[in-house]
Design a protein around this ligand. Structure first.
Ligand code: GLN
Length: 541
């Protein structure tokens, strides 16, 4: 079978769930026995989102190979339960960097370098690359942004060319749009969808399917209208009302016939009938009323929940497995510094300090760690959260008042968290951290090893600073256990307190490997500890 390509474009506005739609459709195809891969094309000029503010971009999702990618890759991995590679995300910045470096090398033999064909060729080359590297039968490609944006034009042009080059039978365009609701008229409107399809057609692309997103139920007459005006088969106009249950999206699309339609139109030879019982079970569990657990997340970018997307999802996965529901209390670390938000922190049954960079809010996070330690509140520290748990321990248990990470205080007399030697000479910010999958050996009998039930694991990293080994013995004598260590014994990967129900910090980011049906062991143990503290009965007891 020739490789099949599904292209996802967005119309009207952004943030309508194009990434989730692509992920869910990927699952529909995987469930029919196909090997799929997903790729996100981001039309911005940054080389990758690694150096972008989470306020601008949300979370940076890290892959096994250390690629720092768009948060949609997290949706793809979680829904389809796959592990993606660097080839699955590229930006305008990467495309231009490649073309310009080829031009400097003289590869174009004096030619004039232009958007068409040089930039579009590079875009097509990269789409081909992910197809080849993954060996997938079906490649799903999502284009970031909205049709009509100037910066996405070269991408759409490349896709238009691909349609002719790999053949119409092998390509399929899904356009995800938004239907606004006009309160005064009490009506949903199709006009913006019509306009965005017109825009798409003006560059030579006719969508094969329209997924109409809306906050209200969409009547058949509106769907028929879209079909008529946008020149799409009636069966291929799919209503997609907003659902509070994210993981229901694949089931809704399946019910709307999307999977079967794709099989028919792409001439796919589906070998397996999808079995949705696991997902149906998951969704019915989400819908069941459950006791709620309050977890405080003490962060820096808390106004934008997308900045902590994978942490939030991992908490949901763990809670679901245990038959509880998590209510996250989003706390600004700087508020704690000013004496605000403490009531909320104190009411929480667990505290999470997630990853972060830069000094804003650091002292507030250290105070939260101190509170968790002293009051025996379950605590999970993710990367920076682990580092600050160690700083707090040095200050208040070892008595080193000015202990700190050299990221925040270069002149501290007790640099308990410090730069790795290899990192010291690096001046570039982009892609220069310890990134991606590294092994971690677990110490028997610890909370970490009890959680994992494996002697060795591999987890994804994204950090520059490390626990300073000069202090290891002192910490251990005072009650800290380094329960996860790199196999060469050089790097602390997990630290935990002996005299505490659950105070665990990991130098890596467990949140990138949690799955809806397979919660991450550290999150599971953390939520269990929180339920225990709250006296909430949970499933496994
Ligand atoms: N800023 C810290 C470091 O670079 C922690 C990074 C993180 O939390 N991802 O080591």
């Amino acid at each position: 079978m020739p490789t099949k390509y599904l292209f996802f474009t967005g119309g009207v506005v952004s943030s309508v769930g194009k990434g989730v739609t692509a992920a869910a459709i990927g699952l529909l195809l995987k469930e029919r026995g196909f090997k799929v891969v997903v790729q996100k094309l981001d039309p911005y000029i940054n080389v990758d989102p690694g150096t972008m503010s989470p306020y601008q971009h949300g979370e940076v999702f890290v892959l096994d190979d250390g690629a720092e990618t768009d948060l949609d890759l997290g949706h793809y991995e979680r829904f389809i339960d796959i592990r993606l590679s660097r080839a699955s995300n590229f930006t305008t910045g990467q495309v231009y960097a490649e073309v310009i470096s080829k031009e400097r090398r003289g590869d174009y033999l004096g030619g004039t370098i232009q958007v068409i064909p040089h930039i579009t060729n590079e875009i097509k080359r990269r789409i081909g690359l992910v197809a080849k590297a993954s060996g997938a039968e079906i490649v799903l490609v999502e284009i970031g942004g909205t049709v009509g944006d100037i910066e996405s034009q070269p991408f759409l042009e490349a896709l238009r060319q691909m349609r002719t080059e790999v053949g119409r039978d092998n390509t399929f365009f899904v356009h995800v749009t938004w239907m606004p609701y006009i309160g005064a008229a009490g009506e949903l409107k199709t006009k913006p969808t019509q306009h965005s399809v017109a825009e798409l057609r003006s560059i030579g692309i006719s969508p094969n399917m329209i997924i109409a997103r809306s906050d209200q139920p969409i009547g058949q007459e509106l769907l028929d209208k879209i079909a008529l005006f946008c020149d799409v088969e009636k069966k291929a106009v799919i209503p997609m009302e907003t659902t509070p249950v994210l993981y229901e999206v694949p089931l809704l699309l399946e019910k709307a016939g999307v999977g079967d339609y794709l099989v028919e139109k792409l001439n796919l030879n589906a070998t397996i009938t999808p079995n949705w019982s696991e997902w149906e079970h998951l969704v019915s569990n989400v819908r069941k009323p459950k006791p709620t657990l309050g977890i405080a997340l003490v962060g820096k970018y808390v106004e934008l929940h997308d900045a902590y997307m994978s942490v939030r999802e991992s908490l949901k996965h763990a809670a679901l497995a245990l038959g509880t529901e998590i209510e996250i209390e989003w706390l600004h670390a700087t508020d704690l510094e000013k004496g605000r938000g403490w009531e909320l922190l104190k009411n929480a049954n667990g505290i999470i300090v997630p990853g972060g960079f830069g000094s804003r809010g650091i002292e507030g996070k250290i105070q939260a760690a101190k509170y968790a330690r002293e009051n025996k509140v379950p605590y999970l520290g993710l990367c920076l959260g682990m580092q600050l748990m160690c700083v707090e321990f040095a200050r208040n248990i070892l008595g080193y008042e000015d202990a700190n990470s050299t990221e925040f205080d270069r002149t501290t007399t007790h640099p308990v968290i410090d730069l790795m030697i290899e990192q010291r000479a690096i001046t570039d910010m982009g892609g220069t951290m310890r990134l991606g999958l590294y092994p971690c050996v677990l110490k028997k009998g610890t909370k970490a090893s009890l959680a994992y039930q494996f002697p060795q694991v591999e987890e994804r990293h994204r950090h520059r600073f490390e626990f300073n080994n000069a202090y290891r013995n002192e910490y251990e004598s005072a009650g800290m256990i380094f329960s996860g260590i790199s196999p060469d014994n050089k790097l602390v990967e997990i630290s935990e307190l002996s005299d505490h129900p659950f105070m665990v910090g990991s130098q890596f980011h467990p949140e990138f490997l949690s799955r809806p049906n397979r919660p991450h062991p550290l999150f599971l143990s953390f939520v269990k500890a929180a339920a225990h503290r709250a006296g909430t009965p949970i499933n496994d007891e």
